[in-house]
Design a protein around this ligand. Structure first.
Ligand SMILES: NC(=O)c1ccc[n+]([C@@H]2O[C@H](COP(=O)([O-])OP(=O)(O)OC[C@H]3O[C@@H](n4cnc5c(N)ncnc54)[C@H](OP(=O)(O)O)[C@@H]3O)[C@@H](O)[C@H]2O)c1
Length: 269
């Protein structure tokens, strides 16, 4: 997909990885819907930075654990931009829940935000993307630099993309974060199910990060342990996730239902 001029909504884009995604995708010429829940100031400052570079932004607030809010933030963004081409389900919560201390409230907050919210955002987005209607938008990777044209850019039915952000721990769960890991395993399953349901018009893929930006309450000792357990002996950077998302959007239209793990090797350790 050529991102220039497309409308893209990123949930949880006021801070951290979501904010980085918003800036990087805006730099490709896309119109960016910045969704936030509590980080109003931070979201406004991301919007300001994008507008300063000549980009187009729409700010939308909502609690995605509320299905009504999911529908509203998608509808508002599509109305502001006259359609929606890309949804990035990035918003999530992550907090410690040792098994014997996990409450129903912990479970509901985690599953309702990370999984139910992503599902109903995807549902609302799919309805609108399907109305984008028949625009032939397939930019095949035929213009690989240094290789030249390998074939004609074939017209295709691709009109939208949904990218879900999971976690490598969806595949090998952390012991003290079971509701979180279960929610992210659900995201991987949801990616496959939505991809089958929405093909061929809408592609649905997933990025599963490893340690990138550590929780703000992690101390030096915890960070050291994490680095030691990671085969590449460092934590990643937001750019590692941003580049994987950009590849799914720009690099190929021939992937759907896939999960790219960007984890410094944690899964093989
Ligand atoms: N950081 C990492 O190293 C790492 C590792 C593995 C996976 N991931 C995944 O990558 C994604 C981004 O990570 P991150 O660390 O940048 O995320 P984060 O800072 O933990 O959260 C991103 C945003 O989610 C939003 N959010 C939380 N609950 C919400 C709710 N009920 N309704 C609406 N929005 C809500 C928050 O928005 P407000 O601030 O506006 O309230 C928050 O800024 C997440 O899906 C995360 O699980 C991250």
């Amino acid at each position: 997909m050529d991102l220039n001029g497309k409308s893209v909504l990123i949930t949880g884009a006021g801070r951290r990885i979501g904010a980085g995604l918003a800036k990087a995708i805006a730099a490709r010429g896309a119109k960016i819907g910045i969704h936030y829940n509590r980080s109003k100031k931070e979201a406004a400052s991301v919007a300001k930075a994008i507008e300063k570079q000549g980009g187009t932004v729409f700010l939308t607030q909502g609690d995605i654990s509320d299905v009504g809010d999911c529908g509203r933030i998608i509808a508002e963004t599509a109305r502001a931009f006259g359609g929606l081409h890309v949804l990035i389900n990035n918003a999530a919560v992550f907090f410690k829940t040792p098994l014997l201390q996990t409450t129903e409230k912990d479970w509901d907050q985690t599953l309702d935000t990370n999984l139910k919210g992503a599902f109903f955002c995807a549902q609302a987005a799919a309805k609108i993307m399907q109305k984008n209607g028949g625009r032939e938008d397939r930019a095949l990777p035929v213009r690989v630099r240094g290789v030249g044209a390998l074939g004609a850019s074939l017209p295709g039915p691709h009109i939208g993309s949904i990218i879900n952000i999971a976690d490598w721990a969806a595949i090998r769960p952390y012991t003290d974060y079971l509701p979180y890991c279960i929610s992210k395993a659900g995201i991987v399953a949801m990616t496959k199910g939505l991809a089958r349901t929405l093909a061929p018009k809408i592609t649905v893929n997933c990025v599963a990060p490893g340690p990138i930006l550590l929780p703000e309450d992690f101390d030096k000792r915890e960070k050291k342990i994490l680095v030691a357990r990671t085969p590449l002996k460092r934590i990643g950077a937001p750019e590692d996730i941003i580049n994987a998302v950009l590849f799914l959007l720009e690099g190929t239209d021939f992937m759907t239902g896939s999960t790219i793990v960007v984890d410094g090797g944690r899964l093989i350790a």
